[in-house]
Design a protein around this ligand. Structure first.
Ligand code: NAD
Ligand code: AHE
Ligand code: ZN
Length: 369
């Protein structure tokens, strides 16, 4: 079938809106009509050429919501008409990883997913007779996509696509990092580096679990008001701090953060996030994705003296199980998504979403098909 897609033909080039061809779903796969997709910083990261796994031409996008229109042979858990959110972290419920409660990183299809292919090693998309690659198993920058059954969470049908698409990455990553990965306790002091589409969800997750001080760190002064709306109690702009920002944060938290979260993707702020943690017990969670060749550093003494460095993907969530629950939280008013979606646009204007992100003017842009 013909579908409309924003194609990434090469690193650093704007997306090109094209009519591409999409084959129907093969065994274990599902054809989804994408109704809305968010644009995450990770899409921009891959498009920039910084992603060691970035391959072109590809159809990017991994924060979508839509409706099942067809199922391939052997699909049992989904049917035509079901509302779904594609999962870049699938949940097969059978692999060694899914059977281990310590991780959400299902590895059932990770190899082919990283190569931009469906689990059988081929692509369903083509343009001018040549294959176009999938991205993160989702490719939501197209009005139709094919995804493996294990990479689709079935969600309630009364939830609006243009809001719940954000649960496909940003909301779940931020809120999940607090609840699943860090397991922040009520009364904790929390420091969040980067108040964008992820960091603001960390802030609302911290408020949800009853954190005490919630300190946001961002270079963009416009993030202060929004952070406060989501539960931030203190704002730190590193440009306005006299002296060392780590020392300032340690003082502000009365000895160091119980938990810190890096939501930028910058190895220098990752170090600051670790080092502002409390001696003896502070835990720092890396969420941000750093470019090819980047490495983190700290004095090992920071760890010897009890700070813990860890990371999280998709907020530690098991998508088919946890995503429907997060949709319920949104529908019940427990979490706020609407105020984080600052811009909506048609697919033809998707490059504007990248401009707004780079200019610091948006939190989340959503393309509505
Ligand atoms: P974003 O662009 O919306 O937000 C980034 C924020 O960081 C902005 O507010 C910006 O002003 C701020 N910032 C930039 N440099 C800074 C600095 N030196 N000091 C303080 N603040 C600074 O991005 P996002 O969509 O929120 O994504 C954040 C990061 O999380 C990206 O690296 C993205 O790839 C990553 N990510 C990871 C996961 C995961 O599962 N681990 C999921 C989604 C996104
Ligand atoms: N491909 C990159 C890493 C990109 C990355 O870390 N992706 C996160 C999700 S970011 C969503 O916005 C993730 O889930 N990682 C786990 C995984 O298995 O990909 C690289 O450096 O190679
Ligand atoms: Zn993302």
């Amino acid at each position: 079938m013909d579908v409309r897609a924003a194609v990434a033909f090469g690193a650093g080039k704007p997306l090109s809106i094209e009519t591409v061809q999409l084959e129907g779903p093969k065994a274990g796969e599902v054809l989804v009509e994408v109704k809305a997709t968010g644009i995450c910083h990770t899409d921009a990261f891959t498009l920039s050429g910084d992603d060691p796994e970035g391959l072109f031409p590809a159809i990017l996008g991994h924060e979508g919501a839509g409706v099942v229109v067809d199922t391939g042979p052997g699909v049992t858990s989904l049917k035509k008409g079901d509302h779904v959110i594609p999962l870049y972290t699938p949940e097969c419920r059978q692999c060694e990883y899914c059977l281990n409660p310590k991780t959400n990183l299902c590895q059932a299809i990770r190899t082919t997913q990283g190569q931009g292919l469906m689990p059988d090693g081929t692509s369903r998309f083509s343009f001018d007779g040549k294959p176009v690659l999938h991205y993160m198993g989702c490719s939501t920058f197209a009005n139709y996509t094919v995804a493996p059954e294990i990479a689709l969470a079935k969600v309630r049908e009364d939830a609006p696509f243009d809001k719940i698409c954000y649960i496909g990455c940003g909301v779940t990553t931020g809120v999940g990092a607090v609840i699943n990965t860090a397991k922040v306790e009520p009364g904790s002091n929390v420091v969040v580096f980067g108040l964008g589409g992820i960091g603001l969800n960390v802030i609302q997750g911290a408020r949800l679990v009853g954190a005490d001080k919630i300190i946001g760190v961002d270079l963009n002064p416009a993030r202060k008001a929004l952070g406060e709306k989501f539960g931030m109690t203190h704002f730190v702009n590193p440009k306005e701090v006299d002296g060392d920002v780590v020392a300032h944060l340690v003082e502000l938290t009365g000895g160091g953060a119980d938990y810190s979260f890096e939501c930028i993707g910058n190895v220098n702020t990752m170090r600051q996030a670790l080092e502002c943690c409390h001696k003896g017990w502070g835990v720092s969670v890396i969420i941000g994705v750093a470019g090819a060749g980047q490495e983190i550093a700290t004095r090992p003494f920071q760890l010897v003296t009890g700070r813990v460095w860890k990371g999280t993907a998709f907020g530690g969530a098991r998508g088919r199980t946890d995503v429907p629950q997060i949709v319920d939280w949104y529908m019940d008013g427990k979490i706020n998504i609407d105020d984080l979606i600052t811009h909506t646009m048609p697919l033809d204007e998707i490059n504007t979403a990248f401009d707004l992100m780079h200019e610091g003017k948006s939190i989340r842009s959503v393309v509505v098909f």
